[in-house]
Design a protein around this ligand. Structure first.
Ligand code: NAD
Length: 354
């Protein structure tokens, strides 16, 4: 089997722009024989025998009329996408954007057969689900299409897919990977906030209150203003590992859409605690990140884990993905990171031997 994984994507938004441009950014570096230590922003240079550029996008779905039928490498630059141009040379892609699933006026899902056919025709191994937050019907329907077409599923969003035990069991029975839910950004407010809360607790201070506010200027932030319910719960799940009392913590997924911020996200984290003698300690932290790079830096690992596990004959959820998710199906155990590294290593020799 080829080392290059065949990926389908649902939703051709900023995440996919960051992912596709990044694949060619790293391809250029690898062609220059830069060692893995020279790859900026990469946690795992190889997973399951696959380098970071061993990914081909073979099918793409969206519902924006203006990009349907377009080559993927052109579609990613159409507004409202506003991830920056990385200035890399991208060849024409195998995938053109196809019309994805939608709801008709009665609320029934349409184009299921066409999506299943396109997934089969493309011989995709894994579908990356990257739609706007809050569309549970779409997450369910794309997952069902994957089951029918024999394609694994990676859920970037906070919608409940891997945490649905029936769906997880169906993927296990079908011999397919199901990785989710909701990616934890590379260095996002969730991981920074969690570390801060853990430090407060480990140093013996007492948490009094904390909040996390996020603002940005991309479509995700505009959508989260109205449809942030599932994201808010998922962000709380990501903080659960810090042992802090979640009732003391407020999380606002989108405290504002500010168009001139474009794809930059600003996270503001506040922690109020008390130390010796009941005296106060206060931390205010501001994080500024390229929002969709923050996603793609984790997506690159999640999709390779899904493909590598499936190639090894493993199915369902894989523990290697757990620290890279806000809401994995089995929660966040304390030894999550070391368990994930062990799980990841177990994928390597079996695939490399093929
Ligand atoms: P985006 O809004 O830029 O892109 C979403 C795309 O999905 C759009 O192109 C839209 O037209 C398309 N779409 C809408 N309905 C569709 C349908 N029925 N079928 C196919 N396509 C459809 O969003 P994004 O910034 O790429 O983020 C995608 C998801 O990832 C969001 O749910 C976001 O919350 C989640 N996420 C992002 C980050 C991050 O950026 N750091 C982190 C964690 C999770």
């Amino acid at each position: 089997m080829s080392r290059v994984m065949r990926l389908a994507v649902a939703g051709v938004g900023n995440n996919i722009s960051a992912l596709l441009q990044g694949l060619y950014f790293y391809h250029e570096l690898l062609k220059q024989h830069v060692g893995s230590a020279g790859l900026p922003g990469i946690l795992h240079p190889r997973i399951g025998g696959m380098n970071v550029d061993d990914v081909e996008i073979v099918a793409a779905f969206d519902v924006r009329a203006e990009i349907i039928g377009q080559d993927l490498h052109a579609a990613i630059f159409q507004a409202p996408n506003n991830y920056p141009h990385l200035g890399v040379t991208m060849p024409q892609q195998a995938a053109k954007v196809a019309l994805g699933l939608d709801l008709d006026q009665s609320g029934a899902v349409v184009r299921r057969e066409q999506v299943v056919d396109e997934l089969r025709r493309s011989e995709a191994e894994t579908l990356l689900y990257s739609l706007p937050t809050g569309m549970q019907w779409a997450a369910d329907a794309y997952a069902q299409c994957c089951l029918e077409a024999g394609v694994g599923f990676v859920n970037c969003t906070p919608e409940i897919v891997a945490r649905n035990s029936e769906v997880l069991a169906a993927f296990v029975t079908a011999g397919l990977s199901l990785i989710g839910d909701d990616l934890a950004s590379h260095l996002g407010t969730s991981v920074v906030h969690r570390s801060l809360l853990r430090t407060i607790s480990e140093r013996g201070l007492t948490l009094r209150s904390s909040y996390q506010l996020n603002i940005g200027g991309n479509e995700d932030f505009r959508n989260l203003l109205q449809n942030g319910g599932s994201k808010k719960k998922s962000k709380k799940n990501a903080l659960a590992q810090s042992a802090a009392d979640l009732d003391l913590i407020e999380v606002v997924p989108s405290a504002g859409y500010i168009s001139h911020l474009k794809d930059n996200k600003i996270g503001m984290i506040n922690v109020e605690a008390v130390g010796w003698g009941g005296t106060p300690v206060s931390v205010d932290l501001k994080l500024k990140v390229q929002d969709s790079s923050n996603a793609a830096g984790v997506i690159i690992d999640l999709i390779r884990i899904a493909a590598a596990a499936q190639r090894c004959g493993l199915s369902g959820f894989h523990a290697a993905a757990s620290p890279m998710l806000k809401s994995p199906p089995f929660g966040h155990p304390d030894d999550e990171v070391s368990a994930a590294e062990t799980a990841l290593a177990s994928l390597e020799p079996r695939v490399a031997a093929e």
